[in-house]
Design a protein around this ligand. Structure first.
Ligand code: NAP
Ligand code: HSE
Length: 428
């Protein structure tokens, strides 16, 4: 048997303890699969006195994650603290400078500093692996960098934030308003410390930008992701969309177009019977499209101790086996600077509005849509008790620009009350 692979684990929360438990439970299996023991030399977290539901007594405790990252008896620094900057970033840089390989679950850090860190690590002959950072237990990074490496990737798409998917599906199944389910999610401990990372689409945007870098051979461009969260999705939208055969998902799409790299993370309608439409609760789904393979659909737990630690261990095992794969699937210094393209591809849109119920009101709406070059595919007016009627329109393919322009003009007709809601319908 070869030399042991020695780990330093910084962060002993959900994912860190999940990782420790796998190493303890599967010591013999891991050694058999890699041909060498996988050992933990030292660990670090903020509060040494915290009860962590795992026996850590045989590991050295380091107060400072930077010291942990640079210890002589650490071959791989496993960063499971989180945060784009601060301790995670400092310790990761220190680990690279000290000549360690790095495994991390930290999508925020990589979305902001991934290219710099990868370039620094690769210049020293070391690797950074991040399977756990995207879609938890789903091996999507390995699918792109290994399984599909022979394909030109045409599109990456998916539901990558379990909390948002939980909120949207729970609103539909329980008939509850967004604010009620948001509170429920908070009480269940689903939300990040800053909930806007989840419901604002930022966390999912981080993940999409990392997949796009691998898929299209470009530097991570999180700032170019068009982001829209789920905060303005109402129970009415969910019900009306369901009536028309759709479900609302926080959907990420990245594709390389003739104009540049499109990356968007926004609420979309998908057909209720499609695989994405059938995705319930906190589960994630990533759809990958390659020129030779066609479409691949990966589905599984996007978060939680077991699934995320499973992904962390896949990276540790890869390193233990001697695989040296560049962070983004090709050397960092060969990644192109992407040209950011606005998502312009035409699509059908769902348009919901409150219409004054009087003669000629619908004609005024149809006129504005016609003037914007928007053609109506389907329309439904719902029964109502008061003077305004809920109206739902599904358009033929049009651009986001045309829909937004029409939506801004509609209240000026005097027959549309409040702001119309426009949501893209994605073909999946
Ligand atoms: P967590 O439960 O909040 O645990 C964070 C751990 O890091 C805690 O042990 C904490 O110490 C330690 N820590 C935080 N700041 C520190 C500092 N300045 N110095 C030393 N230790 C510090 O977080 P988590 O859910 O395990 O997430 C860890 C990483 O995995 C994050 O990057 C997250 O985005 C990512 N991730 C999580 C999941 C998931 O399902 N949870 C899924 C995918 C990816 P104390 O325990 O002493 O407070
Ligand atoms: N907050 C994230 C989610 C955790 O809900 O999917 C996993 O990255």
């Amino acid at each position: 048997m070869s030399q042991p692979l020695r780990l330093g684990i910084a962060g002993l929360g959900t994912v860190g303890i999940g990782t420790v438990k796998i190493i303890q439970k599967h010591a013999e299996l891991l050694a058999r699969r890699t041909g060498r023991p996988i050992l933990i030399s030292a660990v670090s977290a903020r509060d040494r006195m915290k009860n962590r539901d795992a026996d850590l007594s045989s590991y050295v405790w380091e107060e400072d994650p930077v010291r942990l990252a640079t210890r002589k008896d650490v071959d791989v620094f496993v960063e499971l603290m989180g945060g784009a900057d601060g301790a995670a970033f400092d310790a990761t840089r220190a680990a690279i400078a000290a000549g360690k390989d790095v495994v991390t679950a930290n999508k925020a850090m990589l979305a902001h500093h991934g290219h710099t860190l990868a370039a620094q690590a690769e210049a020293r002959g070391h690797v950074i692996r991040f399977e756990a950072a995207v879609a938890g237990g789903i091996p999507v990074v390995k699918a792109l960098t290994e399984g599909l490496a022979g394909n030109a990737i045409t599109r990456v798409m998916g539901v990558m934030n379990g909390t948002c998917n939980y909120i949207l599906t729970r609103m539909e199944s329980a008939g509850l308003a967004y604010a009620e389910v948001f509170e429920e999610a908070r009480q269940l401990g689903y939300l990040e410390a800053d909930p806007n990372l989840d419901v604002g689409g930022i966390d999912a945007g981080h993940k999409l930008s990392l997949l796009a870098a691998i898929a299209f051979g470009t530097r991570v461009a999180f700032d170019a992701v068009e982001l829209e969260g789920i905060g303005r999705i109402s129970i009415d939208d969910i019900r009306r969309a369901a009536d028309m055969g759709f479900r609302i998902k926080l959907l990420g799409v990245a594709q390389m177009t003739g104009r540049g790299l499109e990356q968007r993370m926004s609420p979309c309608l998908v057909p209720a019977e499609s695989p994405l439409g059938q995705l319930h609760g906190g589960t994630n789904m990533v759809v990958l499209e390659g020129d030779s393979v066609g479409q691949i659909v990966l589905r599984g737990a996007g978060a939680g101790a077991g699934p995320t630690a499973s992904a962390v261990m896949s990276d540790v095992i890869e390193i233990a086996r001697g695989c040296r794969i560049s962070t983004f699937g090709q050397p960092a210094d060969t990644l192109a600077e992407p040209v950011a393209a606005k998502a312009m591809a035409p699509a059908p849109f769902y348009l919901r509005m409150e219409l004054t119920d009087k003669p000629g009101a619908l004609a005024k709406v149809a006129t504005i849509l016609g003037e914007e070059g928007i053609s109506i595919d389907r329309m439904r007016q719902y029964g109502h008790a008061d003077a305004s009627a809920p109206v739902l329109i599904v358009t033929h393919k049009t651009t986001r620009e045309a829909i937004d322009h029409a939506a801004r003009r509609l209240p000026g007709t005097g027959v549309v009350l409040g702001e119309p809601v426009a949501i893209r319908i994605e073909s999946v």
